[in-house]
Design a protein around this ligand. Structure first.
Ligand code: ATP
Length: 509
């Protein structure tokens, strides 16, 4: 068994070695927390984006898309609250000179206590076997209760301090909990201060008096400022949604963990506009829908969990994350937020433009409420990649690395492999390629022994390897090798497309 840290390192280096993810501008030693997607990465990323877009826009009559600019009028970010409140509490360790997010230090501390509770539960489970009632144990075991109380007390104090902007108390809490710097081991901390995460730049020449503008830290605001345009031109009736994918930028304080936390990343967001009062029902609906989307990829349910927010953002009346079990533990993958009328209300106020909806059913005008689903494309990429990465020992004693990617997301759906580079096999193979690539990304390869070619496609997650041999010339059949089972089957060339199409269908949940 390798430990999780080593496992994560393997994924990172596999991603690089097989053309999925490279450090940005690597020849200059890279740029911290910025990454480029390579030839296979871009396909996987496009496929995730497309899978999301299809499920949101194509499959919902009442959801349409937009593609708003990254640059937005600076007042947008005043109205949204980002200028005043989009900051993280930051703290430095004086000995290691390392910088941390104060909230992350506290969260990690809480995670350790949660770990103790989980251990207690696991121990009891072992002891009691099938008769074990976990809920009852958690509700009655004194050690579990004590630890839970500890967690609650820390949370309460911490969020109160943040709410009241009492950064001195945040520091005091870190000291009282005796949280030490993981690098230096010391508890020699600076004061806690706020750090705004927005990148800014200048628009127009400085001589003309350039305006400071921001690179958008989320795509959502591009949807809100276009709400009325879309509603009117699309003649949309409530409830309806607007979806968008695109780049977002955050000057993250601590940028570790590969593409989990980047300074330039991509979001896939959908804002669903509803009648005030209906938002809780839609919030529950979208929570379930988004979880189903994850499961429709065939990733097991135990890799996901919901985490309800303790502290609600200034705009929300309910919020939960879908967490995924990354190699470094369960962490946020997607947020589902009930944002009330905060955003449209603020934009109406700051722009002096009416952003109301006339409800023909009730003859009333009002600002709609909003339920948002917001997922990081890069985080989903990492989730899929870390789930898919497998090292296997084969019966003949050899080993293979295989990416068991959901077929619909795999960079290539099929590899087209003539067994030999002669006797008309490449020509036959190219005929098959010409036919299949109308519908699917396919990869043609004739170099190296067939076994080697299989391994290369295992390593990038190609679901099918199609081998063309002499028999193919006689009876129009080929060998189709399935990636996960490595089973080979003789199939008719005419049937290939249908088999692949079936394989990339979403799992019914
Ligand atoms: P975190 O708590 O991890 O910083 P967040 O709560 O600030 O995330 P949101 O503002 O809710 O995140 O953004 C929605 C989604 O965008 C997140 O669930 C995540 O998938 C993605 N995301 C946010 N920040 C980053 C980042 N720096 N790099 C990659 N993805 C990100």
């Amino acid at each position: 068994m390798i430990n999780q840290e080593e496992f994560f390192k393997k994924i990172t280096s596999h991603a690089k070695e097989y053309g999925f993810v490279f450090p940005s501008s690597e020849i200059y030693d890279g740029l911290s927390a910025v990454y480029d997607y390579g030839q296979n990465g871009v396909e996987l990323k496009n496929n995730i984006r497309q899978y999301w877009w299809k499920s949101m826009v194509q499959y919902h009559e009442n959801i349409v898309g937009v593609d708003a600019a990254i640059f937005m009028h600076p007042t947008t970010w005043k109205a949204s609250g980002h200028v005043d409140a989009f900051s993280d509490p930051l703290i430095d360790n004086k000995d290691s000179k390392k910088r941390y997010r104060a909230d992350v230090l506290v969260e990690d501390f809480i995670a350790k206590i949660e770990g103790k509770i989980d251990k207690e539960v696991a121990k009891a489970q072992k002891r009691f076997g099938d008769a074990f009632d976990e809920a009852q144990f958690r509700a009655t075991n004194q050690r579990v209760l004590d630890n839970q109380e500890k967690i609650n007390a820390i949370n309460k104090r911490f969020y109160k301090a943040l709410d009241q902007n009492d950064l001195a108390d945040v520091k005091l809490l870190i000291e009282e909990l005796e949280i030490a710097c993981p690098v230096s081991g010391s508890r020699n901390w600076t004061e806690v201060r706020h750090f705004n995460l927005m990148f800014s730049t200048k628009m127009g020449s400085t001589a003309d008096g350039a305006n400071e503008i921001f690179l958008r830290p989320e795509t959502a605001q591009g949807i809100f400022v276009n709400y009325l345009n879309v509603q009117k031109t699309g003649r949309m009736k409530l409830p309806f949604g607007i979806a968008q994918t695109g780049k977002a930028f955050r000057n993250e304080i601590v940028a570790r963990q590969f593409i989990f936390r980047m300074r330039e990343f991509e979001q896939m967001e959908m804002q669903f506009f509803v009648r005030p009062g209906d938002e809780k029902q839609w919030y529950e609906y979208w929570k379930a829908e988004r979880m189903n989307w994850m499961l429709s990829l065939g990733i097991p349910t135990e890799k996901f969990r919901f985490h309800a927010h303790e502290k609600l953002a200034h705009y929300a009346n309910a919020a939960a994350d879908i967490e995924f079990e990354f190699p470094f533990g369960f962490k946020e993958l997607e947020g589902i937020h009930s944002r009330t009328d905060f955003d449209l209300g603020a934009h109406q106020k700051f722009s002096n433009k009416k952003l109301q909806y006339f409800d023909p059913d009730t003859n009333e005008s009002y600002i709609p409420y909003v339920v948002e689903t917001s997922i990081g494309l890069d985080r989903m990429f990492l989730a899929v990649l870390s789930y898919a990465y497998n090292e296997e020992k084969l019966e003949d004693g050899s080993e293979r690395v295989v990416l068991k990617l959901p077929a619909v997301l795999a960079p290539y759906k099929a590899a087209i492999l003539p067994l030999m580079k002669k006797d008309g096999l490449p020509e036959k193979a190219r005929e098959i390629l010409a036919d299949l690539r109308e519908d699917f990304m396919c990869h043609y390869e004739e170099k190296d022994a067939i076994g080697k070619r299989y391994r290369r496609h295992d390593a990038i997650g190609t679901p099918y390897c199609i081998t063309i041999d002499h028999q193919s010339l006689e009876d129009n059949t080929v060998t189709m090798r399935e990636r996960d089972s490595m089973q080979q089957e003789r199939v008719k060339i005419d049937e290939l497309a249908a088999i692949i199409r079936k394989k990339i269908k979403p799992v019914k949940v």
